[in-house]
Design a protein around this ligand. Structure first.
Ligand SMILES: [Zn+2]
Length: 455
């Protein structure tokens, strides 16, 4: 009796262990996993019923079947349905708009995604997931029209454009150049209107500007700015490097820069200074001068620039300088400003309002001052001996801002005067010319306002 009882309790224990074992197996096995598939629809809440929407389904035991429907006021439309023979752990799908999507008038629709996995859980029925996405329908492309622009742009020069852009869900608005540079526009005068100064980089052979507007649903409109292109040839200078220069100014500069520490060969030092250090200094300048304010402006007044009284022109903008040593080409660079010389430590003045955005030592540019005049237009003053203003200061017309000098890469006391538009160096001569400013900036703004007012 005792033995029998022992045996039967042993049997019960065995069965219990078996049950727990099977239970544990079912509980932890991937075949019986209890997690519902995940459904991810790549959307920002808008759909133009043109671009397919990426849909991703994932599940650890594999997706067994899925179904996608679109719900509109007039009923449900099946977009996708599939029963898989072999379950898949990851399924990437593209949700195509249904046939006849152009006729859909609904402003809001719903996408309902159902998926079932291959798990044996739930009495072999698997785990189900259902997810609904509410989407705003926007099939309309943004409206873009050019209101007015400067008639022409010169290579290395600037131009102005004023345009209208409207869309209920406008997401991005910029002006793209042929080099895929993006110019930012500033809201102008009345809602829906924008203004921007454009720049044709001196190193580029051609220029083309296109206003690009994109809405949240992915609808895009591109409108070409009709500018007459005026090519300008810039000077190509062949400069012979002397030992005196390499062992003098270059050796002196080489002591200052991290890049030339330990470099003994004079030509190597020159190359590093002319290329690497210059690139670093210009990168900083471009960064500081890239900002365009985004508050609405109703006008943009700029006076003829004249930074140095009676300054003699000693080097031009856009000079392509090629350096040689004993007839062998060593390095090259573009001179991206005007060099003006007067007496030593001559006062530099601004004729325009502005705000100081940079006042520091900047390698080849020496003591370098940069002023923002709004609308992405900046002026730059290099080689200064001293500053009269600091970062954040407001500058008023006629105010003395600095003194000329020979700090940085300068052989004699002079001012390196630069003008930049959204991080691109442009011809300062245009901005130093009253007639050019009237024709290309002031008159364009004046007649654009008349057009906008419907006069
Ligand atoms: Zn210069």
């Amino acid at each position: 009796m005792k033995n029998e009882r022992n045996r039967s309790s042993l049997g019960i224990l065995f069965l219990m262990v078996l049950f727990v074992g099977v239970g544990l197996y079912v509980y932890f096995s991937a075949t019986f996993e209890r997690n519902a598939p995940t459904i991810a629809l790549q959307t920002n809440g808008y759909w133009n019923l043109k671009k397919p929407l990426p849909l991703k389904l994932t599940d650890e035991s594999g997706i067994q079947s899925y179904k996608v429907i679109m719900r509109t006021k007039s009923g449900d439309t099946k977009l996708l349905y599939n029963q898989l023979l072999v379950p898949q752990k990851i399924i990437n799908l593209e949700l195509q708009p249904p046939r006849g999507a152009y006729a859909i008038k609904d402003k809001n629709i719903e996408i309902i995604v159902q998926a079932r996995d291959a798990s044996k859980w739930n009495f072999f029925k698997g785990n189900r997931a259902l997810k609904s996405f509410k989407l705003k329908i926007d099939k309309k492309r943004p409206e873009v029209s050019i209101v007015n622009n400067s008639y022409k742009i010169s290579r290395g020069g600037s131009a102005l454009v004023i345009f209208r852009a409207a869309d209920d869900n406008l997401k991005e608005l910029y002006i793209e150049s042929n080099n895929h540079e993006h110019f930012k526009a500033e809201p102008f005068y009345k809602e829906g209107y924008y203004i921007a100064i454009l720049a044709w980089p001196v190193q580029d052979k051609s220029f083309r500007a296109t206003v690009v507007a994109e809405d949240s649903a992915g609808n895009m409109t591109r409108s070409y700015v009709p500018l007459y292109l005026k090519n300008k040839t810039y000077r190509l200078s062949k400069i012979t490097l002397s030992d005196k220069f390499l062992n003098g100014k270059i050796a002196e500069l080489a002591q200052q820069f991290d890049e030339t520490q330990g470099v003994k060969a004079p030509l190597e030092r020159f190359k590093i200074i002319n290329e690497d250090v210059r690139a670093k200094n210009e990168k900083l300048i471009h960064k500081v001068t890239s900002d365009v304010p985004q508050k609405m402006i109703s006008t943009f007044k700029i006076r003829k620039m004249y930074p140095l009284k009676n300054g003699a022109l000693v080097a031009y903008f856009g000079d392509h300088r090629k350096y040689y040593y004993h007839g062998k080409f060593i390095s090259q660079a573009y001179h991206l400003g005007l060099d003006l010389a007067s007496h030593a430590m001559a006062p530099i003045k601004s004729r325009n309002y502005g705000k100081v955005v940079f006042a520091d030592y900047n390698g080849l540019y020496g003591n370098n001052l940069i002023i923002s005049h709004g609308l992405g237009l900046y002026t730059l003053y290099g080689h200064c001996s001293s500053f009269n203003v600091g970062v954040g200061d407001e500058v008023h017309p006629g105010e003395k801002i600095a003194n000329t000098g020979k700090t940085g890469y300068a052989m004699g006391d002079h001012l390196h005067f630069g003008v930049l538009v959204q991080g691109i160096e442009v011809r300062p001569q245009e901005w130093m010319d009253k007639h050019w400013i009237k024709l290309n900036i002031s008159d364009i703004i004046k007649s654009a306002k008349k057009i906008i007012d419907g006069k």
